[in-house]
Design a protein around this ligand. Structure first.
Ligand SMILES: Cc1cc2nc3c(=O)[nH]c(=O)nc-3n(C[C@H](O)[C@H](O)[C@H](O)COP(=O)(O)OP(=O)(O)OC[C@H]3O[C@@H](n4cnc5c(N)ncnc54)[C@H](O)[C@@H]3O)c2cc1C
Length: 505
């Protein structure tokens, strides 16, 4: 099912309707535009300024939050999907590619692969647009590279003219000083702004500063990854997480744990990614080994899970079973963990980082909340407290999450409004299938539970319990961020219902 993402645009007797991928956000915008060039975007923003109509861009609509909700001018970025090539106005060491904001992660990966390059990190699926993913802080699991926003070195933004707010204008935004990317005296292009505060505000700002036309991303020469998926008990993984030894010598570590005890155990999967600069293996044999032999072994271990991943419509059977026999959930998640055991998967970096199961994931939603990773490992107390809390909700109300808890680890960043600002974080992910009993209630309860412990929600996932007062207390550079935003969003056309709640504008 890979890469067949759900269509966002529908029509109602000839008039446009836009919906997110889970169909939980629907909107009938006043205007629906699909620009193909920078000039098109400039004209659309100008129309918004002239008519005082809100303007928002949407990517793939893979956010569950109302961040992309666009009731005025909706700019669908599907056709801004070109990889423009190597960026030449710099003599800095590294590999820099200019890429339009609407390109989907899988399109970007394919284009970079052809040129012999690969992105250093990505989320578990590849359907998002690059601007949508970066603007909400999308991440994989990486204490080495951080979130996807760390790839960004330069941004072309269409916004208000800083000298005359009645005009739309295009700027190129970068860091200042020795961290600036563009240093060629013959640079030609949009007016250059090299300023750390402006850059750190623009990278993760969910469209509130203007429309991102393109980025320059720093990527790697094509590299290969070896993935190992190990199954054990939470109580044997926990000490290694607490003392940090689990991360030693691994490029990336991702943990899934069944929060519900089955036969007295919380079964846990640890996914390790290790780096290989080049490929010294026969890829035909690797594909055969992974695609055939490993699948056969998994089939014998967990027949029902393999069936669901092969024939996704069987998911509806799984949902029926969860709703009808709630006591079955601990066993169901136990099998979900066990079925993923894998001795080795070896392939190009982006192919290994892509975790698949799109069909199921796009029929679920979640909140994903970042907890600071203190050196003593106390953040794990929060994980354990959440497991206990989920256990109580299950016992008492027969409400469940329907996937194992996901723990992903992200390096701190200087970007002002990214949840990992200034500190490494552990994201706790709690997915629930769309049609299971009590899904809204349990996701709400989890949010309230984690927010009461000071955690920071993902901007693209469910985060309806966060308001501007909470954001102010959790983001120390909030005031600097707002100073920049108010300058660029001078007439307020880039605000929406989401920003009203979390920024107070
Ligand atoms: C099945 C699934 C799996 C996921 N897996 C992960 C994961 O592994 N890790 C993770 O961190 N997250 C994950 N997410 C969350 C997802 O990555 C984010 O919600 C991301 O924002 C979605 O990208 P999008 O292109 O769909 O953006 P949209 O939802 O369309 O938009 C997101 C925000 O970006 C803004 N925006 C989009 N394009 C532009 C532009 N050109 N200029 C200005 N603003 C713009 C929108 O206005 C909106 O505020 C997942 C979501 C789903 C549904």
């Amino acid at each position: 099912m890979s890469n067949q993402h759900r269509k966002n645009k529908k029509s109602f007797f000839g008039r446009p309707i836009w919906q997110n991928s889970t169909k939980t956000i629907k909107v009938a915008p006043q205007r629906y535009y699909q620009p193909e060039s920078l000039q098109d975007v400039l004209e659309m923003v100008q129309e918004g300024i002239d008519t005082k109509t809100p303007v928002r861009a949407v990517g793939s609509g893979h956010s569950f939050s109302d961040a992309p909700k666009a009731e005025g001018i909706l700019i669908d970025t599907d056709k801004l999907n070109r990889l423009s090539g190597i960026y030449n106005f710099t003599n800095k060491q590294g590999h820099y590619f200019e890429v339009e904001g609407g390109i989907k992660v899988h399109e970007l990966n394919a284009a970079l692969d052809k040129a012999g390059y690969c992105i250093p990190t990505m989320g578990g699926i590849d359907h998002q647009s690059i601007a949508g993913a970066i603007s909400t802080g999308t991440h994989g699991s990486s204490l080495l590279f951080g979130a996807m926003s760390n790839m960004v070195k330069s941004i072309i933004l269409v916004t208000h003219d800083l000298q005359d707010k009645s005009k739309a204008k295009t700027y190129r935004i970068e860091r200042a000083g020795s961290n600036a990317l563009t240093n060629d005296p013959d640079y030609q292009g949009p007016e250059l702004i090299q300023d750390d505060d402006i850059f750190n505000s623009a990278v993760v700002c969910f469209g509130v500063m203007g429309i991102i036309f393109s980025y320059v991303l720093e990527v790697d020469k094509m590299y290969y990854l070896s993935e190992k998926k190990e199954v054990s008990e939470w109580k044997s993984v926990l000490p290694k997480l607490r003392d940090g030894s689990i991360f030693d010598n691994h490029r990336s570590v991702f943990v899934q744990v069944n929060p519900y005890k089955f036969k007295g155990k919380n079964l846990t999967l640890v996914v390790y990614h290790d780096d290989y600069a080049t490929c010294d293996r026969n890829m035909f044999l690797e594909r055969l080994k992974h695609g055939f032999w490993h699948r056969l072994k998994r089939f014998s271990r967990s027949f029902s899970f393999e069936l669901v991943s092969r024939f996704p419509y069987l998911l509806w059977f799984a949902i029926w079973r969860i709703n009808t026999f709630p006591n079955y959930v601990p066993r169901f998640l136990n099998t979900a963990v066990k079925s993923q055991r894998d001795e080795e998967y070896f392939n190009k970096g982006y192919k290994v980082m892509y975790q698949g199961l799109d069909y199921v994931k796009e029929r679920a939603f979640d909140c994903e909340i970042a907890v600071p990773m203190d050196p003593e490992g106390n953040y794990l107390d929060t994980v354990e407290a959440l497991m206990e809390y989920l256990g109580n909700l299950r016992e008492e109300y027969k409400m469940h999450i329907t996937s194992p808890l996901g723990l992903r680890f992200i390096k701190g960043s200087e970007v002002f409004l990214t949840p990992e600002h200034g500190e490494d974080v552990c994201y706790i992910d709690t997915p629930a299938l769309l049609h299971v009993y009590g899904r809204d209630t349990i996701i709400s309860r989890i949010q309230q539970f984690l927010l009461s412990r000071g955690a920071k929600p993902h901007w693209g996932k469910l985060n309806q319990y966060m308001d501007v007062d909470y954001v102010k207390t959790r983001y120390p550079r909030f005031d600097d961020f707002m100073r920049v935003i108010e300058k660029f969003n001078a007439t307020g056309i880039f605000y929406n219902i989401f920003t009203k709640r979390i920024l107070g504008r």
